[in-house]
Design a protein around this ligand. Structure first.
Ligand code: BJ8
Length: 429
């Protein structure tokens, strides 16, 4: 969806993209974006910023990265919210989330991965093998985190292809040993960042970076908060898009734009205006992260007469809640504060992970939801396993809940729609 007035093809060619595949991807994206997002009614006017960002997702933003690299800045690609953007910013680097939210070159990916691998991991490989991701190609380093078994083993193979994976080990248990491991890994990451950027992280730089990322989280949390209003002032699709874009946009510019959308949504809420009428069923979605352009489930929900009012997800509230305390005056103290904050991400790789259930219940109440969708990608053991016990716990409290397991293909769309319709009818009573 690039601006047709600017020819980005020489830049894409230089990055090593497969231009034919890339054209095909952008063509589909543009069409899907138009039909899903631009067809929504009563969108906040501030969403035009997001429409612009999406129209330049492989254009202007990539040019910014390429220009920054020419000035000696490093681009760090990541797939997980456990990787602290603060550390990357503190060496004047740029962190980008590598999306992996669509099927592309899946047959090629399956030459490296078993068929029963989750869509997110397959997509990571497909985007590389199809030559369609300029963010991946622009990255100087790609952080592969040891989270679920699928990712852990996939990064071993992926490094054989891209030769720039840096493995970050992560704890599986929320105890002192887990904290010590995370701390040691963040310190090792600081050394790696120093080695590739030639820059030391000092207290001042890290404090500035913490402020920038905290401000981004505050804006995103503010957006979440306004969705508790009935009628909801913004759709779940637009809220998800905002969270998705937050992974690769310039953080300061993004924060300003999101705060403007929040101003608008808050004033809408005061006037009782919204994207759906007051009696519309309100849904909380909880589970696997939805990376760009994975909009399948929210689109089905919001075209079935319901509105999504919260995402308990890493691309949502799980990923942005909790700030880093920025009071310490030493580097050690600031690293401790980072560990404290990041240990609080209730990812299903933790065992046990009971805080996630508490958070779902809290969100259900706060956002005045009428039902919960537990969303998992096929073959995602951590989230689908947790969904079993979470479903039972929610049922005990008479909270309407449905488990949805799917992938990125469109094959099950009709079947999903039937199930979602029935669920919405059921909660309407
Ligand atoms: S902190 S949720 S972003 S690991 S869907 S690849 S879990 S098999 S993504 Fe995640 Fe970090 Fe946790 Fe968040 Fe594996 Fe499941 Fe696939 Fe998944």
């Amino acid at each position: 969806m690039p601006d047709v007035a600017v020819d980005y093809r020489p830049m894409w060619r230089e990055l090593g993209l497969n231009l034919e595949n890339h054209d095909a991807l952008l063509g589909v994206l543009s069409q899907v974006y138009g039909s899903i997002f631009l067809s929504q009614k009563n969108r906040p006017a501030g969403m035009s910023y997001l429409d612009f960002v999406m129209s330049e997702v492989h254009g202007l933003r990539i040019k910014e990265l390429v220009d920054a690299k020419k000035q000696g800045r490093k681009v760090i690609g990541t797939y997980c919210t456990f990787v602290p953007e603060e550390l990357v910013l503190a060496v004047n680097g740029i962190m980008v989330g590598l999306c992996a939210g669509a099927d592309f070159a899946i047959e090629e990916a399956e030459k490296y991965l078993p068929r029963n691998t989750c869509a997110l991991i397959k997509s990571t490989f497909g985007f590389k093998l199809g030559g369609v991701c300029p963010y991946l190609e622009a990255s100087d380093l790609v952080v592969g985190e040891n989270t679920c078994d699928g990712k852990k083993k996939a990064y071993e193979i992926f490094d054989g292809i891209i030769k720039k994976v840096y493995v970050m080990d992560l704890p599986q248990v929320k105890n002192d040993n887990g904290k010590a491991l995370m701390r040691a890994e963040y310190v090792r990451f600081i050394k790696k960042l120093k080695a590739i950027s030639g820059k030391q992280i000092d207290v001042e730089a890290l404090k500035t970076a913490i402020t920038i990322v905290n401000n981004k989280r505050k804006a995103l949390y503010r957006l979440q908060d306004v969705r508790k209003n009935n009628p909801a002032p913004i759709s779940g699709l637009d809220s998800l898009l905002i969270n998705q874009v937050g992974f690769y946009d310039n953080p300061v510019r993004f924060t300003d734009s999101i705060n403007k959308i929040c101003d608008e949504c808050e004033s809408r809420a005061k006037k009782g205006e919204g994207v759906a009428t007051e009696g519309t069923m309100r849904i909380l979605v909880s589970g696997c992260p939805m990376a760009v352009p994975n909009w399948k489930l929210p689109h089905i929900v919001e075209t079935s007469g319901a509105v999504i009012v919260g995402e308990e997800s890493c691309v949502g509230e799980r990923g942005i809640r909790n700030l880093v305390q920025n009071k310490a005056t030493t580097l050690d103290g600031l690293v401790d504060a980072l560990v404290e904050r990041y240990m609080g991400i209730d990812c299903a790789i933790y065992t046990p992970n009971t805080e996630r259930l508490d958070h779902i219940k809290e969100m259900y109440k706060k956002y005045r939801a009428d039902g919960v969708i537990l969303y998992g990608l096929n073959f995602c053991t951590p989230y689908m396993m947790e969904a079993m016990s979470i479903e039972k716990e929610l049922q005990k409290e008479k909270i309407p809940v449905i488990k949805i397991e799917t992938d990125y293909s469109q094959e099950d769309t009709e079947q999903l729609k039937t199930r979602i319709d029935a669920f919405i009818e059921m909660i309407k009573g």
